[in-house]
Write a protein that binds this ligand. Structure first.
Ligand code: G6P
Length: 619
């Protein structure tokens, strides 16, 4: 949460910073701010509540010159989202300006210590405490600000990614990280000199350079116009920055003619999945190759148990993965909310494999969960989308989704990418363990290969959802029901609707509705049934009947050609036939489109729903 951008070089900093903030707005949009040092050495700070566009309006008439600057888009943690609490925060003397992503857990004790020393504060934020602490350290030890940052951060408990300007040194930009992500882009200016970009991820950087350094935990970087890049750790030991080449293209970060990123990402799914399975699903050779597993085969073959830790949508895909891995590879799988797992004292055996599923690879709880598992000796596997992310780097092995950047806050293509990757993983282990007959294995491989085409068909046949979404805008509640593989999908359908339309929705195993939720059903309650003509079809039909006799409105996702459920339903979405285990990959499409169009009809901000952020880097 919160996005940080920074620049130092020859170019005007403000346009680079603003563009970068727009790219990072998915991380939070409660307020935004920018700080610049102009050619005369004046340090200015501009802030606005709300989105980056509000900041731009506010800045329109200001002096925005300067070739060094930092900027921030905020997802509020400490202090309400107003202009005072917005970043950047200034030190007492006005010499330092700081942006921060993360949470300083001991900020209260640090603040009272600083107050006792006579320092005063304008905001309620932990960030102001941090900038004051750095200034206090600088003054106490008569050291330069680079050293002061190192010393100050030693007394900080919590997570941070920071970027700092010092008025007295307009040729230097400093940043540091622990827990929260930070990327430094290294570019070449028009005169052949070095210029530096800072971002919470690489999206603000990619159009200027593809050379990046992912700052590691407890590292501090000094970017100097003349001296280049220097990195030290908290003990002031020099580190060698590792240069990576970004594999991201600018087109992937644009809306490409769609009104929202979410709609673009929904439609991208067939191609995204093709990329995800390319080279991995080998239909001709009837094989599944995941290098992350090949390299650590023994770990999976000898695994007593697999534990999957995740949050949000990733938790739902993990649940589908559990059903599949247990069925195909016969290994017990537990799915844990990372936020719960990390604070229990879970039993973890050295022969457990712990898988983290995370689109961003930065979710603080998921990261902490695998760190705990590692301490207890487990083998760690990461399933992430963002390349080079913290979780990808903290795990022993893993598989990237390769579905391209997901910008819409509500996850869509990452969900299907995760589900298909977990299916690949289940198949790869099953092959090694011989837990599936050859015939079944081949059938699953061939069917999985067909999924992107079937997904395209599903998209084409459900485009019309926009025409009747309007009807549901009056609803206050929704129920989503499914059985087997479609129970996690019911949870995901409900989450999507909640996230972007703000309509209350619950997902339930269809049979469980008799134990409570059915009491809510009346003629105003739409109930979405995922009812493919497969495994538990008859049972779901009975469940539909039970809702119908209580006058609930039935919306169903059915297999093409099924008339029985269609006739029982008020609205029907069709999907092509597929194996039970792959139904969620298709049935999710109408659910995503339904949420999207209901939210649009309600006038919601689909890509940036209120109070949410895409990457939750605080616990
Ligand atoms: C946030 C996002 C969700 C996402 C969840 C987990 O809540 O809004 O879309 O599913 O975090 O994120 P991760 O990056 O770990 O998958």
């Amino acid at each position: 949460m919160c996005g940080i951008v920074g620049y130092i070089g020859e170019q005007e900093a403000y346009p680079i910073l603003i563009k970068g903030l727009h790219r990072l707005e998915y991380r939070g949009y409660d307020s935004a701010g920018v700080s610049l040092i102009n050619p005369k050495g004046k340090l200015s700070v501009y802030k606005a509540t709300g989105k980056v566009s509000a900041l731009e309006e506010k800045c329109a008439a200001e002096d925005l010159s300067g070739t060094i600057g930092i900027a921030h888009t905020r997802w509020a943690t400490h202090g309400e989202p107003n202009a005072v609490n917005a970043h950047p925060h200034l030190s007492g003397s006005g010499n330092l300006s700081l942006v921060h992503n993360g949470i300083i857990e001991n900020y209260k004790s640090l603040r009272s210590m600083l107050e006792k020393k006579g320092m005063s504060f304008c905001s309620d934020t932990d960030t102001e405490v941090l900038v004051q602490l750095i200034e206090y350290t600088q003054q106490t030890y008569h050291c330069d600000v680079y050293t002061a940052v190192q010393r100050a951060l030693k007394s900080v408990v919590g997570a941070y990614a920071i970027a700092l300007l010092e008025k007295a040194h307009p040729d230097q930009l400093i940043c540091a990280r622990k827990g929260s992500p930070l990327v430094i882009g290294v570019g070449t200016d028009a005169r052949g000199g070095k210029e530096f970009y800072v971002g919470s991820d690489a999206t603000p950087i990619i159009e200027y350079t593809n050379q990046v350094v992912y700052l590691k935990d407890e590292e501090i970087a000094l970017m100097d116009r003349k001296g280049g890049l220097e990195v030290v750790n908290l003990s002031n030991i020099k580190q060698t920055p590792e240069m990576h080449t970004l594999q991201l293209s600018l087109d992937e970060l644009e809306k490409g003619g769609y009104p929202h990123f979410m709609l673009k990402e929904i439609w991208e799914q067939p191609n995204a999945l093709r990329t995800c399975i390319r080279g991995r699903l080998q239909v001709k050779d009837k094989d599944v190759l995941l290098s992350g597993i090949q390299d650590h085969k023994e770990k999976f073959l000898n695994a007593r148990r697999i534990i999957i830790c995740a949050c949000g949508t990733s938790w739902h895909s993990a649940l589908i993965g559990k059903y599949f891995i247990e069925e195909a590879a016969q290994i017990p799988v537990e799915v844990e909310y990372a936020s719960e797992f990390r604070y229990r004292n879970p039993v973890i055996y050295p022969d457990d494999v712990v898988i983290a599923v995370s689109q961003s690879g930065e979710t603080a709880d998921t990261l902490a969960a695998i760190q705990l598992a590692e301490q207890k000796g487990a083998f760690l596997y990461g399933i992430c989308n963002v390349i080079g992310s913290s979780i990808a780097r903290a795990t022993h092995s893993g598989t990237y989704l390769h579905v391209g950047p997901e910008i819409g806050v509500a996850s869509t293509k990452a969900f299907t990418g995760q589900v298909i990757t977990l299916c690949l993983l289940g198949l790869a282990i099953a092959k090694e363990k011989h837990t599936l007959s050859d015939e079944m294995f081949h059938m699953l491989v061939e069917e999985l290969q067909r999924i992107p085409d079937k997904m395209q068909w599903t998209l084409e046949h459900n485009k019309h959802i926009d025409q009747f979404a309007q009807m549901f805008t009056y609803c206050r509640n929704f129920l989503f029901l499914g059985r087997g593989y479609n129970y996690p999908l019911a949870l995901e359908g409900a989450l999507k609707l909640k996230e972007i339309s703000y309509i209350h929705a619950e997902g339930y195993p269809a049979a469980e509705m008799k134990h409570g939720p059915i009491a809510l059903v009346d003629e105003e309650m739409p109930v979405v049934f995922i009812a493919p003509k497969r495994g538990m079809y008859e049972k779901v039909v009975s469940n539909i009947q039970e809702i119908k006799s209580r006058k609930g409105k039935i919306i169903s996702v059915v297999t093409e050609g099924d008339k029985t459920v269609r006739n029982m339903s008020d609205y029907t979405f069709v999907i092509p036939d597929t194996r039970d285990c792959f139904v969620p990959l298709l049935a999710v499409i109408p659910l995503q489109l339904l949420s999207y169009y209901v939210a649009v009809a309600k006038g919601r901000n689909v890509d940036q729903p209120r109070n949410l952020a895409k990457s939750v880097t605080v616990e």
